[in-house]
Design a binder for this molecule. Structure first.
Ligand SMILES: [Ca+2]
Ligand SMILES: [Ca+2]
Ligand SMILES: [Ca+2]
Length: 218
């Protein structure tokens, strides 16, 4: 189940980066004249695992997609919906937006964008699992509840849309969540802690393999 979530994130990131790449090369000529130079590039280079060239590319792409330099949740949802025209990606985009908007001001800045990407794409296995845990732990109280998991699972099914074959039954997301808890909730107290989460993930070869796929995205 975490493999499913990671798989979708991976596909999203690949598509988004691919689109950004295409758009930025289309406008390369204009951009070279505008000559955007992000402030604090050196600082970001220290704070993330991206090189200066990679940061410049990401910055141009980000600016190109959102010239104001910040993305609010509606813009984020719009960008997302282009990748999932057959389904409703708004709830999933909402969860992802919240995970990236670390200062909770309702806007995604370039700094937040690259900080998140750096953790997911270049972080250690612990960084990635930690990021994933906080993604699921929606209210940030340190525990993943069945309800939090179910909301994310449902949003993934909504995003996949109604053309999935065979059609998704209503109880399928709940069954996924039950399986997740059987595996992760080691002390059977009904919630999953970061320790339980990381330990269970590290013992699961499928999860580890899907985590390693992030190495080749960008
Ligand atoms: Ca923010
Ligand atoms: Ca929680
Ligand atoms: Ca537990």
């Amino acid at each position: 189940m975490i493999t499913v979530v990671m798989f979708y994130m991976l596909i999203n990131l690949q598509q988004i980066l691919h689109t950004l790449k295409e758009k930025s090369s289309e406008e390369e000529f204009q951009i070279s004249f505008v000559c955007h130079r992000p402030e604090g590039l050196e600082i970001l280079e220290e704070q993330t695992k991206f090189s200066k060239t990679e940061l410049q590319f990401l910055y141009r792409a980000f600016k190109n997609e959102c010239p104001s330099g910040v993305v609010d949740e509606d813009v984020f949802k719009l960008i997302y919906s282009q990748f999932f025209p057959q389904g409703d990606s708004s709830n999933y985009a909402h969860f992802l937006f919240e995970a990236f908007d670390t200062n909770k001001n309702g806007c995604l800045s370039f700094q937040e964008f690259v900080a998140g990407l750096s953790l997911i794409l270049r972080g250690s296995m612990y960084d990635r699992l930690n990021w994933a845990f906080h993604f699921y732990d929606h209210d940030k109280d340190g525990f993943i509840t069945k309800e939090e998991m179910l909301n994310i699972m449902k949003s993934i099914y909504e995003m996949m849309g109604k053309y999935v074959s065979p059609p998704i039954q209503d109880d399928i997301p709940r069954e996924h969540v039950d399986r997740f808890f059987q595996k992760m909730d080691r002390n059977r107290d009904g919630v999953v802690t970061i320790e339980e989460f990381i330990e269970s993930c590290q013992k699961d070869e499928n999860i580890m393999r899907s985590m390693r796929l992030f190495d080749s995205v960008f």
